[in-house]
Write a protein that binds this ligand. Structure first.
Ligand SMILES: [Zn+2]
Length: 417
């Protein structure tokens, strides 16, 4: 089956500037051709979609999301405030809505189990392509160790689909990684520092894990062909993560204090996934220690992005959505522009560079011959205002693997659908 998207403004995700009058030819699930030349005839059965006046983008990618998290309150985080079936359906709705906003791939940074991926593959529900991590691997007291402010550990029965990520000792590291992979993880998520919303006493520059433990973790993950995404904001934990050879630094708010680390990241191809949107949210947190941290890191986070770009580190967009931000994930793209990226760079961070960060650049992230046909047709020009991507009325058409996943095109543009 052939689809032809005709006459749009193309931003292909490679970082190249826009091309006017572009036509993208899709055969089955892949892109067969991309051209700006006038093409005369199409086969009888080709479906011609007029996208003139609109912008064609690769399907957007969020490299850091928590699709199954629906709030920061303790009962919600622990999953005890509603029936599990309600929660599952709520997550399914987030997956559908996120896809409809043009996000055709999402890397989940903990919380989403492999059943959702299977449900999407089996077409029980609609959703983005998923790269999942299941849980956060950290030592006792790290952010993956769920203890209430009163000192109780989590009261929820252990879910075998979401293995416990708490590591007790060096010898425990490899078995935990193996268990997480056995349960279906595509990527290993770990944490070497606290964060804005972690417990008091375990803040953004407080370390977790020692170097030997992190080396065992990255070594085991890589032996199992899994990349390592590491939550690390600043200080000793950030240094250990990079030294141990993780594949992406998530948040990375205090990278500006470690210029030599940025050079190492550039040399070793370690991605930086800043997460600006979540800290806007945390600056309004009901908890004083969370607000304080989110304010303190703000300027550093912006400086980290600028220094990273200057050092040649590739940036991938991540919202850290979950409890906030769904399905307006494209807010992060606007945040990247406010922090100093050009709109074209910020779009690359959410497409081409994001696909590289996931290790899926041979299939995803750019509109080029041979790639999977994941793309978004946008009303208007995101290069003059990236904020238009946050509003559903501007997301005219979403195609995933050559199939229409959401369609808000004006009548007559898309025959027969
Ligand atoms: Zn996160």
């Amino acid at each position: 089956m052939m689809k032809v998207l005709k006459g749009g403004r193309l931003i292909d995700g490679t970082g190249a500037g826009p091309q006017a009058g572009a036509t993208v030819v899709i055969r089955d699930e892949r892109i067969e051709a991309v051209t700006t030349r006038a093409v005369g005839e199409w086969p009888e059965d080709a479906e011609i979609i007029d996208v003139s006046g609109m912008t064609l983008l690769p399907g957007l990618i969020d490299c850091h999301d928590h699709m199954a998290m629906h709030g920061y309150g303790l009962a919600t985080r622990w999953g005890i405030d509603e029936p599990q079936s309600t929660r599952t359906l709520r997550t399914a709705k987030v997956l559908e809505e996120t896809l409809a906003m043009g996000y055709t791939a999402v890397r989940d940074a903990a919380g989403l189990d492999a059943g959702f991926k299977r449900a999407i593959d089996e077409r029980l529900i609609r959703g983005p392509r998923l790269v999942i991590s299941l849980c956060i691997i950290s030592p006792i007291g790290g952010i993956g160790d769920r203890v209430s402010p009163s000192g109780f550990s989590c009261c929820v029965p252990n879910d075998p689909l979401l293995p416990d990520g708490v590591v007790n000792s060096l010898s425990d590291v490899r078995p935990v990684v193996r268990r997480v992979v056995r349960a279906g993880a595509d990527v290993i998520k770990c944490a070497t520092t606290g964060g804005a919303s972690s417990r008091p006493e375990h803040g953004p520059q407080d370390g977790a894990f020692n170097l030997d433990e992190m080396q065992a973790l990255t070594d085991e993950a890589h032996a199992l062909d899994r990349r390592v995404m590491c939550h690390a904001l600043g200080g000793r934990g950030l240094r250990i993560a990079i030294e141990a050879g993780v594949d992406s630094i998530e948040h990375g708010c205090y990278l500006d204090e470690e210029p030599e680390l940025l050079d190492q990241m550039a040399q070793r191809g370690i991605f930086f996934v800043p997460t600006f949107a979540v800290y806007d949210f945390h600056r309004k947190s009901p908890f004083p220690h969370v607000r304080e941290r989110a304010h303190h890191l703000q300027e550093h986070h912006v400086a980290s992005l600028r220094r990273a770009l200057a050092a040649g580190v590739k940036i991938a967009a991540g919202t850290d959505a979950g409890g906030h931000g769904h399905p307006r994930n494209a807010l992060e793209i606007e945040c990247l522009v406010r922090a100093g990226m050009s709109p074209l760079q910020a779009l690359q961070a959410a497409t081409g560079w994001a696909a590289e960060c996931l290790g899926r650049e041979r299939d995803l992230g750019t509109i080029e011959k041979g790639m999977l046909a994941d793309l978004v047709v946008v009303n208007g020009d995101p290069l003059s205002d990236v904020a238009i991507l946050q509003h559903s009325e501007n997301i005219a058409l979403v195609v995933k693997g050559g199939e229409v996943a959401a369609n808000r095109l004006p009548q007559g543009r898309l025959g027969g659908l």
